[in-house]
Design a protein around this ligand. Sequence first.
Ligand code: SF4
Length: 309
Amino acid sequence: MVTEMLASQPNNKLVKPDWIRVKAPTSKEFLNTHELIRKQKLNTVCEEAACPNIGECWKKGHATVMVLGSVCTRACKFCNIATGIPDKLDPHEPDNLANAISQLNLSHVVITSVDRDDLEDGGAGHFVECIEKIRAKSPNTTIEILTPDFLRKEGAIEKIVRAKPDVYNHNIETVPSLYQKIRPGARYFHSLNLLHSVKKLNPHIFTKSGLMVGLGETKEEVLQVMDDLRAAGVDFITIGQYLQPTQNHANVDRFVTPEEFEYYEKIARFKGFLMVSASPLTRSSYHAGDDFIKLRTAREQLLENRPAV
Ligand code: SF4
């Protein structure tokens, strides 16, 4: 699955620290978002991944919609999305999605999907249709997509880049030494290449990637991932605490302290990312709308300060 970084109830022996606890969602606005999502028959990664931020995000009408069904063809050890034989594509999904976004009146939207290794183009065409329908109905809404890795799906990335999403996000998820254990169906250098290709194909599209910490990686490995992402031209990095969705998923190795997240944020800015979000509850789409404005401003400032040639 393309990830939001997850989820809710660790089952190994570590006690969840205070900085991870969140309030149960109860607001009227939360219920309104819930009703609209149900009415348009949409799936959200907020629910499927049991995201701890759902109360806060849905209160503001910010939901991350998951297209291409709710069953994934991969079985990553950190992800709560169901694995199995995927659903048939819903041809009405792009229209339903565009309707929901126009009703929520969002300035920025994040769309993600399950992995669809069974489809010839991995679902790239469906992403394009979603982008086009949203643009037609809500021309002022900026669009962020969080895609699978499209491993062995030739032409998929090019197809999506031609549709010009405002932000192309693809999560690197973890450090290379943990790929075999945590993300066995994926390849670290393929994911880096994807991000690099997006930037080469259209440098105007912002690129974004995220990783989870607390899975057993070392600090040095996290810093190396930052360097690799910068070398691939990535503009925005997100770093959040891994939480174990069920006892069948990878254990939490440790709870990273807020101070360590501050350290990662400082180093990532020093390494040249335009935008950094690093905190225990950071997820790919957490505060994505506000962060998009900061990202755009950061690029404008960078261009203003660059000497003319
Ligand atoms: S952080 Fe992302 S996945 Fe979690 S509730 Fe917010 S929008 Fe949904």
